[in-house]
Structure formats: C-alpha cells, structure tokens
Write a protein that binds this ligand. Structure first.
Ligand code: PLP
Length: 385
C-alpha cells in the first residue's frame, strides 16, 4: 500500500486528499489489456468511477474506450482525447442537449434505455441529418448477488428496456430510419464478487441475442457492461482484480458468433489505486463507552459508506503505537450517517495521526460534494512525488 511506504511524505500535503498509486494503475491496465487481447475483447473505462484528468491521461495511453453516463462525462472524455468512436453512452434519463452532442460527436453507440428514448434519438438524428448508431440496453433480470444499492439489472430496476418491451416494439424499432441498431448492451450491477453470476448473464445474453436476431435485428457487438468487484476487505491480497477469470467465463459461456464483445470496467480499473488520506482531528468517548475517532474527511469526500453502507478498510499509517484499540471512525459532516466504519481496530490513535481509507479510487472523488461548504479534496499522484 502506497501510503504506508511513503508515510513521512504524506505530511507535506493538506488533508483530506486522494493519494493515487499510478504504478498500480498501470499494472492494472496492463493486466486488463493483455488478458482482453487473448480473446480480442474491447475494454471501455467507465469514467463515472473517476474522471480525474491525470488518471484519464494514463488510461488513454492503454487504448481503452470510454463508457459514459452523462453529456458532461462524454465531453470530458472527448476533451481528454479519447476517440468518440470508442465511446458508449448509457443512462436512463438523457437530456435532449446531451443526445444532440452525442449524435454530433458520432460516438460508437448511444445505449438507449427506453422506447421513448429510441423515438427521441431517431428524431434528433433526423434533425442533425444523420443516422446514429444505437445499442439496446436490455434489462436482463439477473440477481448479481451484490449490495442491493448497486444492482442494476433486476426486472424492477430503472435501468434498461425489458426484453418483452423490445419484442413488442420490434417492427417499429426496425422502422426508425435515423438510428441503426448495432448492438446489445447490459450491465447487471457493480462490485460483483461471485463470478458465476456472469455465467448466468452470458446464458441470458445468448437467448436475447438469438431471439432478437430471429426478429430481424443484426448486432455487430454485445456490450456486457462492467461490475467486476475488488477486494475491499483486504486490498493488499488482491491489488489487481481477476480480469482473467471473468474473461475466461465469458469466453466459455457467451456465444459470440463473430460479434465484438465489449466490457465497461470502472471500479476494477481505478478502485485499488486510490486511498483517501485523512487526519485525526479529535478522539472522544461517548456516554455509552464508544471510542470515536473524528477525522477531517467525511461523506463529502467519500460517500460510499454513508450512501450504501459500503466497507472500506482503514489503517493508521503514521502511528507507531504497539497497542491497538477498537474505534468508530466518523467524519466532520452534520449527518449521523457520516461514519466511515464502526468497530475498526487501529493502532492507538492520537490527534494528528494520518489514516488511510483504502480502495477509494472508484466512486470516491467522482461522488464528492460540497455539502457543509466543504472544499473538494485534493489529489496527490505517485508519479509526481
Ligand atoms: C452502464 C454501466 N457500465 C459500467 C459501469 C461500471 O461498473 P463497475 O464500476 O462496477 O465496473 C456502470 C456502473 O454503474 C454502469 O452503470
């Protein structure tokens, strides 16, 4: 873990800040690129996980495409130098101006998530005098066996179009003359650690693709989304996620039939390369005997624990204490849910110690807010130290 290796230098920077291990990011990218090449799979980076310019510049070097979820994410990717023809754009509620921009950029595909969106994209493409490439984001109704807050592909979810609805509108969809349906897209959820779930997903995709092609659709690609989980419990045991296993499952179970296969990884690419470094402001004990460590970060820098009840491993990286104690680590925001962890065992912790909240590279900075008028956290990159 980088923070432990460079602990004395951490005091040079104002806390809280994100510390990024760029060497680990590069190793992760090398792994995903070399493993995906074995099957000629195409990999997109889900920019929602972290849109930091420095990270994007590194990711771009490895030739990944981008998956985005808003017009501004799309703009960011384009401005960071990613080829629009390698960008896919999903999202249940795209605004007209965002769709116009995507059409104008000629991106790889707009992943449409409702019948009304298909109608609108066709209309806006006609206005622009273009035929726009579209993928149908199908809701496959799969339980991804992850935190319910981050599953996206169950029947009642807001994401995607139900397969039944596509079938019911098949003839009408094919008749739209300013969109070309070039692919199928799905994304079943995030932080998936039980990889057999992806096997199930492949079987669903096989059936969906076969049935829709029997209705006269023809798909150039299948985009199976992201979702590969990381090891939040003990990140040191698995700094680079197991891309090889996921690809091997997809290779074994997906009937590719000459189509391109695309993935959209967010968390698995940047999650482990970021730590949130925060200072201990105060220690205190509640009337019930609970020992609190109050740190200068909060849910405004890293909202995942407060939003989803997510776990992040925490370590005191500057304490030399021989003793360890159980603490509840809380942030500065005026919210009772602003708790990073309860019952965490740390070296005996004093005011001024630095804690690392690990595995915070994904959905950390990109979800930061200015609630309580907090400043946004800074960033420190290992290759600039
Ligand atoms: C459509 C889509 N693709 C890809 C991702 C990235 O998921 P992950 O970070 O789990 O790889 C997400 C995450 O929400 C998503 O919604």
């Amino acid at each position: 873990m980088l923070s432990r290796q460079i602990a004395p230098r951490l005091r040079e920077f104002e806390t809280p800040f994100y510390l990024y291990d760029i060497a680990l990011l590069r190793q992760t990218l090398e792994s995903v690129v070399s493993e995906s090449k074995k099957y000629d799979y195409k990999v997109h980076y889900a920019i929602k996980a972290n849109y930091d310019d420095h990270l994007l510049a590194v990711i771009r070097e490895y030739g990944l495409g981008i998956d985005c979820a808003s017009g501004n994410e799309l703009r960011k990717a384009v401005e960071a130098g990613f080829d629009p023809r390698g960008i896919v754009y999903a999202g249940v509620g795209k605004r007209d101006k965002e769709l116009r921009y995507a059409i104008e950029q000629g991106i790889m595909a707009i992943n449409c998530e409702s019948i009304e969106e298909l109608e609108l994209v066709d209309l806006l493409a006609a206005e622009a005098g273009r035929v726009t490439d579209v993928a149908l984001r199908i809701n496959p109704d799969i339980d991804p066996k992850t935190n319910h807050c981050i599953d996206t592909g169950q029947a009642d979810s807001k994401f995607g179009i139900s397969y039944e609805e596509v079938l019911a509108h098949a003839e009408w969809i094919k008749s739209l003359s300013h969109i070309s349906i070039v692919g199928i897209h799905l994304h079943i959820g995030s932080q998936i650690r039980e990889l057999h779930v992806f096997e199930n997903m492949c079987h669903k995709v096989n059936a969906i693709v076969a049935n829709l092609e029997a209705q006269g659709f023809s798909f150039r690609f299948v985009d199976v989304g992201g979702g590969l989980g990381i090891n939040y419990d003990v990140p040191e045991n698995e700094p680079i996620p197991n891309f090889a296993s996921l690809f091997s499952i997809v290779h074994t179970h997906l009937q590719v039939g000459g189509r391109e296969v695309h993935f959209e990884f967010g968390r698995s690419i940047v999650g482990e390369c970021g730590e949130l470094i925060t200072s201990v402001l105060f220690n205190k004990t509640t009337a019930t005997g609970r020992k609190l460590v109050i740190v200068d970060a909060s849910m405004t820098e890293l909202i995942r624990p407060a939003l989803y009840g997510s776990y992040h491993n925490i370590e005191n990286v500057t304490s030399e204490a021989e003793t360890r104690e159980k603490y509840t680590v809380v942030g500065t925001a005026c919210e009772s849910t602003d708790v990073f962890d309860e019952n965490v065992t740390l070296r005996t912790t004093r005011r001024g110690d630095l804690l690392s909240i690990k595995s915070a590279g994904a959905y950390g900075m990109s979800m930061a807010s200015r609630y309580n008028l907090h400043d946004l956290p800074g960033a420190v990159y290992s290759d600039e130290l």
